[in-house]
Design a protein around this ligand. Structure first.
Ligand SMILES: Cc1ncc(C[n+]2csc(CCOP(=O)(O)OP(=O)(O)O)c2C)c(N)n1
Ligand SMILES: [Mg+2]
Length: 336
């Protein structure tokens, strides 16, 4: 990775942090409604893993799928930040035309196959995407990001088994942030190390520090190459931490300030910026001017676009609903 790429990665992570902070502010201003799950603290995982995958190339991208904490995964895959923000605002120009909101960012043009609200839902969908890629004979792989809590769903075990039996090119990325809403992993899960759980499915698996983007990229490169070249699944786990609450109404009473401080000291953006400063690749002043640029871009491009975009029309309420344009196979059960 050359020096310009390293600087770009730092800028991307800074942009992602500010993007999420700005959505928080928009929510407080009541411009964004519904659920809103923020990714602050976990940036190195999606940024590092997807940096090692095929993204930003439209239909040639690898397939990417995740749960409801999905804004940053969508943007790193190739969705336009302004369209993701417009989606949060519920506007017609949003990536799901304002019908999905925060948990349902989708951008088929970039093979970003969605954010899903149901915990564990993306596992079998990722296996299906991998199977499609295999049948097409393409070298695409499917990458499925999910939390530690999702691994207690039946879909986890069902999918790990079939992905292994069918040798599907799918990378499962477990973002272990130690909590499922307010429940610590030790209270819900017999094994804290999630990568150990797939040994019964004879699948390659490993665990890494998810706060250090260099570690993430190194591990992800090996995993992505393995999945693509061997056409077999891989389960990779990253230890990470979310800095904000689970969703918006969360006083975080279930965790201590001491614990938060330990993880704040390992802030992925701080770690990486200190490393680049030490290596003489960037100065404090440059970082400050990057911050300014990002603030300006988010305010005057991303947020401005969302604010100025039109609301969906009331008469379009049924537009994009299956029964508005019925598929003959479904006529009957779904017809009015
Ligand atoms: C099938 C299902 N059961 C329960 C819920 C409620 N729920 C929403 S998020 C969540 C916790 C998931 O935690 P984890 O997978 O660790 O992801 P994180 O929020 O930490 O990113 C639960 C139980 C849900 N959305 N779907
Ligand atoms: Mg979790």
């Amino acid at each position: 990775m050359n020096d310009a790429d390293k600087k770009r990665l730092l800028r991307e992570m800074m942009f992602f942090r500010r993007f999420e902070d700005r959505t928080f502010e928009a929510y407080m201003e009541r411009k964004v409604g519904g659920f809103l799950h923020l990714y602050s603290g976990q940036e190195a995982v999606a940024t590092g893993v997807l940096e090692m995958a095929n993204v930003g190339k439209g239909q040639e991208n690898d397939y990417v799928i995740t749960g409801y904490r999905d804004h940053i995964h969508a943007i790193k895959t190739g969705a336009q930040p302004r369209e993701v923000m417009a989606e949060l605002y519920g506007k017609e120009t949003g990536s799901s035309k304002g019908r999905g909101g925060s948990m349902h960012i989708f951008d088929a043009s970039q093979n970003f196959m969605g954010g899903y609200a149901l915990v564990g839902q993306p596992f079998p969908l990722a296996a299906g995407l991998a199977m499609a890629a295999k049948h097409k004979g393409s070298d695409q792989i499917a990458i499925c990001f999910l939390g530690d809590g999702a691994n207690n769903q039946g879909t986890f075990h069902e999918t790990m088994n079939m992905a292994s039996v069918w040798e599907l090119p799918v990378l499962f990325v477990c973002e272990n942030n130690l909590y499922a809403i307010g429940t610590h992993i030790d209270r819900s899960t017999a094994v804290r190390d999630q990568y150990k759980r797939v040994c019964s499915y004879d699948m390659k698996a490993s665990q890494h520090d998810g706060m250090d983007i260099d570690t993430v990229m190194e591990a992800a490169k090996e995993a992505v190459d393995y999945v693509r070249n061997e056409q077999k699944p891989y389960f990779i786990e990253f230890m990470t931490y979310r800095y904000r609450g689970h969703s918006m109404s969360d006083a975080k009473g279930y965790r201590t300030k001491d614990e938060e401080e330990v993880w704040m000291k390992r802030d992925p953006i701080r770690l990486y910026s200190e490393r680049l400063i030490e290596a003489g690749l960037v100065t404090d002043d440059e970082i400050k001017s990057m911050e300014k640029e990002i603030l300006d871009e988010i305010e005057n491009d991303v947020v401005k676009f969302a604010e100025e975009s039109p609301e969906p029309k009331v008469e379009d309420l049924n537009k994009y609903v299956l029964d508005d344009n019925p598929d003959p196979r479904w006529i009957g059960p779904l017809q009015k």
